[in-house]
Design a protein. Structure first.
Length: 262
């Protein structure tokens, strides 16, 4: 799921329902076209994350709420103690079901699983409920095996983890975001706070939400034992959340946008 789709899903989870035109108007201010937003809504509906109780009106489904919970819970892993147990997911999906296989692999990647061997994925965290939900959704029963345990041979070292999860790329992404935050976002937020414009504050809130969503899906949030020294992820995420909260708190309680940031 794209970051913008995730933020749309998040907005829909905050209200009973929203009209397509309301969503379009919000995201047009973010630079997206009406066609792009309506196509995104169609994809979310097709995937079962939102429903349409009436023409051009949408609400989030139980599956959509579960997705938000699963992805947004990933950063909390940085605060958890790892018990050195691994989740291992093995799949054997025939070429005739290639689309399902690709969707399943993508879902594993967004949850934070890394490719250990061909069709064997591992995670230091337990996402078995989320994986089981994907198996059911994609009708892959009997084609996926899940086990939990510890490695007797081939222990995953920090060096090996760096290769499996492409941590060099993720670290570079975090350092790039740190520069963007300091040189671009922080000054814009300061100016907008001074001007006191609810719409502009909300747009900055959405922008930060999209940036965070992208990081939530890219970062596997590995335990400290598997991360390189001087990992920037925790500090960058903390700084980004702080700025997002500042934008949210400055939006007046009687504003149209207030329910979306509470």
């Amino acid at each position: 799921m794209l970051s913008v789709e995730k933020t749309m899903l998040f907005l829909l989870s905050k209200v009973k329902q929203m009209g397509a035109q309301q969503i379009v108007e919000i995201y047009e201010h973010r630079g997206y076209t009406s066609t792009y937003i309506r196509n995104a809504l169609s994809r979310l509906k097709k995937e079962g994350y939102i429903a349409s109780p009436a023409r051009s009106w949408y609400n989030v489904t139980a599956e959509g709420l579960a997705y938000i919970k699963a992805i947004n819970s990933k950063p909390a892993r940085y605060q958890e103690q790892w018990d050195h147990t691994w989740d291992v997911v093995m799949l054997e999906v025939p070429e005739s079901e290639r689309k399902k296989r690709d969707l399943f692999r993508s879902a594993l990647g967004q949850l934070g699983y890394g490719l250990l061997y061909n069709s064997v994925y591992i995670s230091p965290w337990n996402y078995q409920d989320e994986v089981a939900a994907q198996i059911q959704k994609l009708e892959l029963d009997g084609k996926v095996s899940i086990l939990q345990g510890q490695f007797q041979e081939g222990t995953i070292t920090p060096l090996k983890a760096q290769t499996i999860w492409h941590l060099d790329d993720i670290e570079a992404l975090y350092r790039k975001k740190a520069v963007w935050l300091k040189e671009e976002f922080a000054p814009r937020l300061a100016d907008t706070l001074q001007a006191g414009q609810p719409l502009q504050l909300f747009l900055l809130y959405l922008q930060m939400g999209e940036e965070l969503s992208g990081l939530f899906m890219a970062d596997p949030y590995l335990p400290d034992e598997l991360l390189p020294d001087h990992w920037p992820g925790k500090q960058v995420l903390s700084d980004m959340r702080e700025y997002m909260v500042k934008a949210a708190q400055a939006i007046p309680a009687d504003s149209f946008y207030a329910p979306f940031v509470q």
